[in-house]
Design a protein around this ligand. Sequence first.
Ligand SMILES: Nc1ncnc2c1ncn2[C@@H]1O[C@H](COP(=O)(O)OP(=O)(O)OP(=O)(O)O)[C@@H](O)[C@H]1O
Length: 244
Amino acid sequence: MNSFIRLEHISKTYKLGETAFHALRNISVSFESGTFCFVTGRSGSGKTTLLNLIGTLDKPTKGKIFLEGKDISILPDKSLSELRRRRIGFVFQAFNLLNEYSVWDNVCLSFYLDGAKPDRTYLEELLNTFGLWERRDSYPAQLSGGQQQRVAIARAMANHPAILLADEPTGNLDHRSGSEVMQMLRLSRERFQQTILLVTHDVEYIGLADRRIHIEDGRIVDDTQNAESASHFDFDSGAMPYKE
Ligand SMILES: Nc1ncnc2c1ncn2[C@@H]1O[C@H](COP(=O)(O)OP(=O)(O)OP(=O)(O)O)[C@@H](O)[C@H]1O
């Protein structure tokens, strides 16, 4: 099967002295392009490890990972970091914004680091979609937690990544802000068609996902497609739920 992301018999074992932690145990799973998938499971079940391996931040102990048909286990570190920068966006629980930079400059950071010209038309659409265009000259400290996380997501998407990996992006947010961020990710998937894998404990938002995989003790114990997945917004109307 020509899946967008494919894991074949992936195991990850961490060794601490004589003790081995089996974080992932023989996982095989595929994700089609454009899927919005929730990854759930108890603390310590292996969710972050799974995201880190797909994001090429770490390497499996056993097994192969294919991204866009390419076996990443045979790529040298230089190609992996290139792949990471060009094709993968990361969002974490902590927003990790640069406080001395404006919203606009935070979002443009990767262009500045590359010495490249920001794609202004796309970035304007991105910030508009996330309800941040009017706040582009604000600094992170002037924004709410939810707005800061939206900036972090916009920054992660500035390079048009094919894959967005989000590790508990609502973990630091109150209920309302968390809900907005979840719905914004769904909206973003509709507009920009990226594949999103999102680790969360907030199963109340499961209706926004196309699929959910549930991990227990390093194994996928449930894999459910959500045929009814839908936004809470009418995308066709062009409504911008995040305009403030
Ligand atoms: N660098 C490491 N060294 C040793 N053990 C590790 C390391 N990273 C993770 N582990 C262990 O691997 C297992 C899975 O960890 P992981 O962070 O993937 O879980 P998680 O499901 O994301 O947990 P949480 O919901 O608490 O973030 C845990 O037992 C953890 O202690």
